[in-house]
Design a binder for this molecule. Structure first.
Ligand code: EPZ
Length: 432
């Protein structure tokens, strides 16, 4: 029954190191198969989703070596099949990048349709539109994306929605296509740029990543490289919010402050102090929170993956705040759980109206998905008394050593596996 159990109310104080970006790693690990030489990737977060990607690479015959906890070597020269249908990949979203990468390299791919967090309908029509524009025949058959082409030819692709997944997937499929590909209305997230930089270090020619239009000149083949993945913007943002709601003082290290501007600016608006240096941000929180309005938007807007965490903070502000979710249709499921802690939040369609309360009090909660699960942990850290959180496997998909990192900042949090351990934790915590 793995559960987090938290005794809340302790301000987080100290320093925390942020790991590699999960959502960049997923694109990069699939992209590693494009070369027939060894690609060495550093700063790969050790998470369930990245390990599933490595298993998937092994299952199609790629050479995969874990050099250390965060460094892997991949060599795609031994790949023997373009059929990828292992059970584990159906549970993660990033599996769809194998469709783009296998199609790009072998002109053929048969990859089980992706799962991932249940945060609303998550179509792949824009990915398919991109593959078709490059000249592939694409069908959904027996739960798989089946893509096939005699040759891939560069094309103009206008994405109807700004999609991180479709932008990365079309890059993967087109790096070795004949001629020029233009992705218009491309996603600009830091992880999109990181995948483009990685592919360029393998010899691809991708320009404009981080802007609305990405230009890809197809090259004949890609080669091996050494690459280090950027820090995880959302892990960093989650720790910034944890510092804020516990009225703490935390230095979040090994990050790119520019990637966190939308979060920094909201923390300043609600009354936190935020100090930026080259590769760190310090968040100090000592005053009652002011209210604000937040609307999730594609980068550089406020990230949907930080929406639950900011709601937790606004739930403690003095007055009414409004949060609008504009990316996914079903991303307020965790609000019922926050209500158990005493939050006063009304959801109407894609908008949450939050009446701040003076405090949360601990309760038994269930994580509905990855980021919401992390937000419930943040809320539990701020709540008076004990909070337990079930279904922590969601949180473990995106946060390496989450309880350990929080404990190093003074949090009282453990993973317990049964009722006896839960009672022991409570007894110890009461005597601390
Ligand atoms: C990525 O999902 C991330 N996942 C998500 O992170 C993140 O929330 C999301 O981008 C937005 O930033 C991975 O990178 C593995 P999208 P993705 O395609 O690529 C619509 C986390 O917690 N759309 O940018 O699936 C879609 O429905 C996860 O780490 C189409 O209509 O998101 C959504 O409304 C959760 N057709 C919008 O676009 C398509 O073909 C943006 O989705 C594709 C997307």
């Amino acid at each position: 029954m793995n559960q987090y159990v938290i005794k809340g109310g302790t301000p987080l104080v100290g320093e925390v190191e942020i790991g590699g970006a999960k959502n960049a790693a997923l694109g990069i690990l699939a992209g590693a198969l494009l070369a027939n030489e060894t690609v060495e990737i550093e700063n790969v977060p050790d998470l369930r989703d990245t390990n599933v990607m490595l298993d998937a690479l092994r299952s199609i015959g790629a050479y995969v070596e874990k050099v250390d906890r965060h460094t892997v070597k991949v060599n795609g020269s031994t790949i023997s099949t373009t059929l990828l249908d292992i059970d584990s990949i159906k549970k993660i979203r990033g599996s769809y990048y194998f469709a783009g990468a296998l199609l790009g390299k072998y002109k053929n791919a048969e990859v089980a349709l992706p799962g991932g967090c249940n945060i609303g309908s998550r179509p792949v029509d824009q990915h398919i539109k991109g593959f078709r524009a490059l000249g592939a025949k694409v069908d959904i058959e027996h739960g798989c994306i089946v893509a096939d082409a005699e040759k891939l030819k560069g094309s103009h692709i206008y994405l109807d929605v700004v999609s991180v997944g479709a932008t990365i997937n079309v890059m993967l499929a087109s790096v070795m296509a004949e001629g020029q590909t233009y992705i218009e209305n491309a996603a600009k997230e830091p992880h999109v740029v990181d995948v483009a930089n990685f592919l360029n270090s393998m010899g691809a020619s991708i320009k404009g990543a981080g802007t609305d239009v990405i230009r890809i000149r197809g090259v004949e083949k890609l080669h091996g490289c050494h690459y280090s993945i950027i820090p995880d913007q959302i892990e960093a943002g989650t720790f910034m919010l944890a510092a804020a709601v516990t009225k703490g003082d935390v230095l979040v290290k090994n990050i790119i402050p520019k990637h966190l501007e939308s979060i920094t600016s909201k923390l300043l608006e609600i009354g936190c102090e935020v100090e930026e240096s080259d590769d760190a941000i310090r968040v100090v929180s000592s005053k009652p929170f002011r209210t604000t309005q937040v609307k999730t938007l594609p980068y550089p807007g406020f990230p949907t993956d930080m929406q639950p965490q900011i709601v937790v903070a606004l739930g403690l502000a003095e007055g009414t705040s409004i949060v609008t979710e504009s990316i996914f249709e079903n991303r307020f499921k965790y609000v019922d759980e926050l209500t158990r802690l005493g939050a006063n939040i009304k959801v109407e369609g894609n908008t949450a109206v939050i009446e701040g309360v003076s405090r949360y009090t601990g309760a038994n909660l269930t994580a509905p998905d990855l980021r919401a699960g992390a937000a419930l942990v943040v809320a539990g850290l701020a709540a008076n008394g004990f909070t337990s959180i079930d279904d922590i496997h969601y949180v473990e998909r995106g946060y390496e050593d989450f309880p350990e990192k929080l404990r190093s900042l003074g949090a009282d949090i453990e993973i317990v596996t049964d009722d006896k351990e839960l009672q022991e934790f409570k007894l110890k915590a009461m005597n601390r």
